[in-house]
Write a protein that binds this ligand. Structure first.
Ligand SMILES: NC(=O)c1ccc[n+]([C@@H]2O[C@H](COP(=O)([O-])OP(=O)(O)OC[C@H]3O[C@@H](n4cnc5c(N)ncnc54)[C@H](O)[C@@H]3O)[C@@H](O)[C@H]2O)c1
Length: 284
């Protein structure tokens, strides 16, 4: 495997911003691309705030903070990704947007650069089809927040080579994460294929008036020993990301069980996206 020094990250939102922090903390140079200046600035200020917390706890020095921040370069120019040795895309969960970016990246990045998507659900094979290097495209699915959550699902698209899967696993390890391989490219891979039926069922229980969302969260936390209840978890992940994932499942499996219920659609329509804007199922 060639040496990876610079990681390109596309999208500076909930996932991309925290991924940039993780990669820079682990000593990588980071090119953080987003079309929104506000998102790039927020990502850097969230990283600075997290490092300040580390300083106040005594786990990070002022020098380390400056070094980590110095390794993250925000950019609005995709062309700058030419310098990346490895790319992780974490933009909105929209297949067309991802395909368009991968097609452009294919023309910009060096031939040997592996391109990964952090998609929660969508086909890696379809994303790779937008490039002429389908063997060097893979899924690299982190969990929220990547600086805390240890798992990375490594997903092989139809054409992903053995060497590419190995590079992704080694990069996950270099980021201090534990890779789990997903051998077939199917909607939601392993974790979200398990998680979404559970989240949807929690919403149905709430809609049927069986329990309040607070009591459902308490029941799941104390009864199943989960660290968060389903409504708390949806708020953390971002409610606006929830709908495209369920719609993708529905479009692939044609099973109505994947249809997002009205109550979550109503919450999103009211502009409540979860913790990211301070209000979702709950108000923060
Ligand atoms: N939130 C989670 O818990 C979670 C967990 C794992 C994976 N994911 C996946 O990660 C990806 C990002 O999710 P998120 O929650 O960070 O979303 P988000 O809405 O917080 O951030 C998305 C970012 O993409 C940017 N963007 C949109 N279109 C763009 C374009 N054409 N070019 C460049 N940037 C663009 C937006 O400005 C925004 O900053 C999605 O594919 C999602 O499914 C999310």
């Amino acid at each position: 495997m060639k040496e990876i020094k610079t990681i390109g990250i596309l999208g500076a939102g909930t996932m991309g911003g925290n991924l940039a922090q993780l990669a820079a903390t682990r000593g990588f140079e980071v090119l953080l691309y987003d079309i929104e200046a506000r998102q790039r600035e927020n990502a850097l200020s969230r990283t600075a705030a997290a490092l300040d917390k580390g300083i106040s706890r005594g786990s990070v020095t002022g020098e380390e903070k400056e070094a980590v921040l110095g390794r993250i370069q925000g950019t609005a120019s995709l062309e700058q990704l030419e310098a990346a040795d490895f790319v992780i895309e974490a933009v909105v969960e929209d297949l067309k947007v991802k395909q368009e970016l991968f097609s452009r990246l294919d023309g910009i990045c060096r031939e040997d650069t592996v391109l990964c998507s952090n998609t929660s659900s969508m086909s890696i094979t379809s994303i790779a089809a937008a490039t002429k290097r389908a063997d060097r495209v893979a899924g690299m699915h982190f969990f929220n927040p990547p600086t805390v959550m240890k798992l990375v699902e490594v997903i092989r698209g139809y054409h992903t080579s053995e060497e590419t899967a190995e590079t992704v696993k080694q990069t996950a390890a270099a980021l201090g994460r534990t890779p789990a391989e997903v051998r077939r490219d199917t909607p939601g891979f392993v974790v979200n294929r398990c998680l979404f039926p559970f989240l949807l069922e929690a919403i149905h229980i709430y809609e049927e008036g069986i329990a309040t969302k607070e009591d459902i969260d308490t029941a799941v936390k104390l009864g199943l020993n989960f660290p968060m209840g389903p409504f708390e978890l949806m708020d953390l992940a971002g409610l606006d990301t929830f709908i495209p994932i369920t719609e993708y499942f529905f479009s692939e499996f044609k099973d109505p069980k994947w249809n997002a219920p009205q109550s979550i659609r109503a919450v999103i329509r009211a502009g409540r996206y979860g913790r990211k804007n301070g209000r979702g199922w709950y108000t923060y």
